[in-house]
Ligand binder design. Structure first.
Ligand SMILES: Cc1cc2nc3c(=O)[nH]c(=O)nc-3n(C[C@H](O)[C@H](O)[C@H](O)COP(=O)(O)OP(=O)(O)OC[C@H]3O[C@@H](n4cnc5c(N)ncnc54)[C@H](O)[C@@H]3O)c2cc1C
Length: 286
């Protein structure tokens, strides 16, 4: 199914995964998928590693999720360090395999190769335009409610995000921790004349060190109250999960009340927090 059609039917609830890195994580990954398979998400998406580092891994995982698990599955595709022929080839391959949705991204240079040759593209909007030219995908783009760290100014950032969202079919935000940031983004896009649906990203945080750096690198602000509560939980993983899931549940409800057309759960390839979150929101059908 095309994601715009899913959005037209009502609120979507989607999961994001990263492709497993090796044989050991692969076994764990499919166990997680098995545990999540009865939750019936609206769609799922799979990330694409920096500079094509998971090109084959992403392809293998999305095929299996679509064909064996039966989920509507969207591959991510980031253009950094790729030629135009590469990107067109990957898109056409996905289209031939029967995918109907694509998340078009710029991506970041790999951490160990910050000076990597950027390739033929600079911006995600170019990938959206290329997808329009060569495929009939429904195309999504990444949205940054608190602004992107590489932007010249806040106004510049909003203008660029609006230009990109205008030519896309939907946006998905990075993890939101404060509903007002999401609402601010949606209102600013509307003021710039863009009403394309923006799905809100939700991340149940259980490991402070793992996530705080990730949030800060993406230009977001990690909430101090959540950090304090997680620090107090220390090594008690069950307590940390209860805190993270409780925070994410409250936020998910606020986002829906604020009009978010869908919630995109960053699973970090873990199943229990996502299952608890679904259950708290009354979405697990039990
Ligand atoms: C839902 C989601 C999924 C993601 N999945 C992946 C993934 O699978 N793989 C991966 O590597 N990364 C992923 N990312 C991270 C993303 O690649 C990074 O945030 C990257 O730094 C920006 O990508 P973008 O597609 O938003 O870029 P763009 O929209 O091209 O640009 C990002 C920012 O640059 C600035 N900018 C844009 N155009 C201009 C211009 N003309 N002049 C000046 N400044 C400009 C703006 O501030 C803009 O917001 C994901 C992010 C999100 C939110």
């Amino acid at each position: 199914m095309r994601i715009p059609d899913l959005l037209a039917r009502g609120t979507t609830y989607s999961f994001e995964f990263g492709p497993p890195r090796d044989e050991e994580t692969e076994v764990r990954f499919w166990r997680v998928i098995d545990r999540l398979s009865r939750l019936n998400p609206s769609f799922v998406s799979v990330t694409y590693g920096a500079a094509g580092s998971t090109r084959e891994g992403t392809r293998a995982v999305v095929r299996r999720l679509k064909d064996e698990v039966g989920w509507t599955t969207m591959p991510h595709l980031s253009c950094i360090a790729h030629s135009r022929d590469d990107i067109v080839g990957i898109m056409k391959d996905y289209q031939a395999l029967g995918f109907e949705n694509l998340l078009a991204l710029r991506g970041d240079p790999p951490r160990d190769q910050p000076e990597i040759e950027p390739g033929d593209f600079r911006l995600a909007i170019e990938i959206v335009e290329l997808a329009r030219e060569h495929t009939n995908f429904a195309v999504g783009v990444a949205m940054h409610p608190e602004g992107h760290p590489h932007a010249a100014s806040a106004a510049d950032d909003r203008a660029h995000q609006a230009a990109k969202l205008r030519v896309a079919d939907f946006g998905i935000t990075q993890a939101v921790f404060d509903v007002s940031h999401y609402v601010g983004l949606v209102n600013d896009m509307a003021r710039l004349g863009v009403e394309t649906p923006i799905i809100a990203g939700v991340l149940p945080v259980m490991n402070l060190n793992q996530v705080r750096r990730m949030v800060e690198l993406s230009g977001g602000v990690f909430p101090q109250s959540l950090a304090t509560d997680l620090e107090a939980a220390g090594e008690d993983r069950a307590a940390a999960r209860a805190i993270g899931v409780g925070f994410a549940t409250r936020l998910a409800r606020e986002l829906i009340e604020a009009g978010a057309p869908g919630l995109h759960f960053y699973t970090l390839n873990l199943s229990q927090a996502t299952r608890e979150l679904f259950s708290n929101l009354g979405l697990d059908g039990t």
